[in-house]
Design a protein around this ligand. Structure first.
Ligand SMILES: C[S@@+](CC[C@H](N)C(=O)[O-])C[C@H]1O[C@@H](n2cnc3c(N)ncnc32)[C@H](O)[C@@H]1O
Length: 480
């Protein structure tokens, strides 16, 4: 169990989450937050989130199992020995990764099996914001195999920590992924925490930092076997937390430093993300960012991501003073050092450090979360609007294979397809059809009830929260 720590509840907004034997509970609203293999899950619908995470793992597990079966057969019948040899290397790699997943993620599966918690579509949508197990593996290679790209990250971030971060009490690394950066920075701080929505990645990183050795097979390096070595214990207090960076459980002004790496470029609303960082930093606290150039939600889409100097006004408007801004190039997830055919993605990155400015400063507050947090009349009187630059499509994907036709219902949010059951999709369709910028949440809920897609009030508000905070498909006016 993690040591006691005061956290804020993402339901009732009070700093009242308390540790019980194997879980956290909010003393104010009784919401339950499970702890899985020592990692607290502090999202909304947290028990459902863990069950949905188990389903996500089972999907990757099933995909690998099926491919493994197909490749094993292929290896036996193919007449080209080199191709057969490659097929069996792939099959072996998949088998090794399946074994790795089974060993590392036991606690997630055990929770899903033993707890009487329903599988849940809203929590499933939250899980989809985190990276799936197979996509996390290259990050473990990059962070824990002594790679050049990881050395380049450290060369950029460590000097910023040494120069600008006088207060070394509490660090959070957001979107921590494989947590290599968390490990390297933890030696500089009294307390450090890695925050991510990919629970399997946090658990694996925790195991590595506890001294466990394991290896993974890397598809992008022709399924080479990569032995990851645990690093020496830094002796510092390092923790892990499954949470959404758009609405974290950190109390206001509780952190000295927040580090974000390759994250602001993928969150749905960069402005709210920056606002959240400012909320949790202490006065004078420092934010260090390393990412691809990112787009600002209020900019015209045709302008694309901001250029480096164009970030300065954003920082000022959101209550930060720039300390350093740098542009560099970064060879992300490159496997060329271990495999001649390895890919290179050499891309522009923006690295900056900024200090939380004078506390009295007027900051543009997106004022979102509080309004749909509580089941109050005020929350129900809010009027949602669609975000025109972000699109959702309800789709029935028809997949044609020889002798087989499969239909996969789901939603398409920008570039991502999220499979979902039909009943839920019709609820989403009805909701989106009647959002007109005039109807309140109460009226929308009433309309859905009449159309035969009733859901409990808490589920409805969680759905609105998910569409607003986690996917930014809905918004509310700045002033309620
Ligand atoms: C591009 S990867 C970067 C990982 C790591 N920072 C690195 O650069 O090696 C993005 C990471 O952010 C996590 N992530 C994405 N959206 C998130 C969210 N809303 N809240 C928490 N984590 C998120 C993903 O699970 C993934 O681990």
């Amino acid at each position: 169990m993690p040591k006691e720590q005061q956290y804020r509840c993402v339901y009732c907004d009070r700093n009242t989450i308390q540790v019980e034997t194997d879980r956290f509970v909010c003393a104010q609203c009784d919401s339950i937050f499970p702890v899985i293999d020592g990692v607290p899950v502090l999202t909304r619908r947290a028990p459902h989130f863990v069950v949905a995470q188990a389903r996500e793992l089972a999907g990757v597990h099933g995909k690998w199992k099926q491919l493994h079966g197909e490749l094993t057969q292929l290896g036996g019948i193919d007449k080209t020995p080199m191709l057969s040899e490659r097929a069996s290397r792939m099959a072996d790699g998949m088998a090794a990764n399946i074994a790795l997943m089974e060993a590392q993620c036991q606690a997630i599966w055990a929770y899903a099996k033993t707890e009487a918690v329903a599988d849940d579509t809203i929590a499933w949508a939250t899980v989809q914001n985190g990276y799936p197990f197979d996509e996390l593996l290259p990050y473990f290679y990059q962070d824990w195999y002594g790679t050049k790209p990881f050395a380049a990250v450290l060369q950029n971030i460590l000097p910023a920590v040494e120069t600008f971060c006088d207060d070394r009490q509490a660090l959070a690394v957001f979107g921590a992924g494989a947590c290599g950066l968390l490990y390297e920075l933890s030696g500089y701080f009294e307390k450090s925490v890695g925050v991510d929505l990919a629970l399997p990645g946090l658990i694996m990183a925790k195991h590595l930092m506890e001294g466990e050795r394991f290896s993974l097979c890397l598809e992008k390096a022709d399924w080479a076997d990569i032995a990851l070595s645990p690093s020496a214990n830094t002796g510092s207090d390092t923790r892990f937390m499954a949470a959404n960076v758009m609405d974290t459980p950190f109390p206001d002004e509780s952190l000295s430093v927040v580090v974000t790496q390759y994250l602001i470029d993928i969150v749905p609303n960069a402005a709210w993300f920056v606002h959240e960082i400012r909320r949790i930093l202490k006065p004078g606290g420092v934010w260090i960012n390393f990412s691809k150039p990112f787009a600002w939600p209020s900019d015209h889409a045709v302008l694309g991501p901001r250029r480096l100097p164009e970030i300065i006004p954003i920082l000022h408007e959101h209550g930060f003073e720039e300390l350093q801004l740098k542009m560099s190039r970064f060879n992300v997830l490159s496997t060329e050092d271990i495999y001649p055919g390895g890919e290179r993605f050499d891309q522009e990155v923006h690295i900056f450090a900024a200090k939380k400015a004078d506390d009295n400063m007027q900051v543009i507050c997106p004022a979102i979360k509080g309004r749909i947090r509580k089941k109050t009349t005020e929350a129900w009187n809010q009027v949602p609007k669609l975000v025109s630059a972000r699109q959702i499509a309800v789709v029935e994907k028809k997949i044609f294979k020889t002798g087989l036709q499969e239909t996969v219902p789901g939603i398409q949010v920008m570039d991502s397809f999220i499979p979902m059951e039909r009943a839920f999709l019709s609820a989403i369709s009805i909701l989106f059809e009647c959002i007109d910028g005039h109807r309140t949440l109460r009226q929308l809920k009433g309309h859905m009830d009449k159309q035969g897609v009733a859901m409990p009030e808490r589920d409805f508000l969680d759905l609105i929260y998910c569409l607003n905070v986690e996917y930014y498909l809905l918004k509310f006016d700045d002033k309620p």
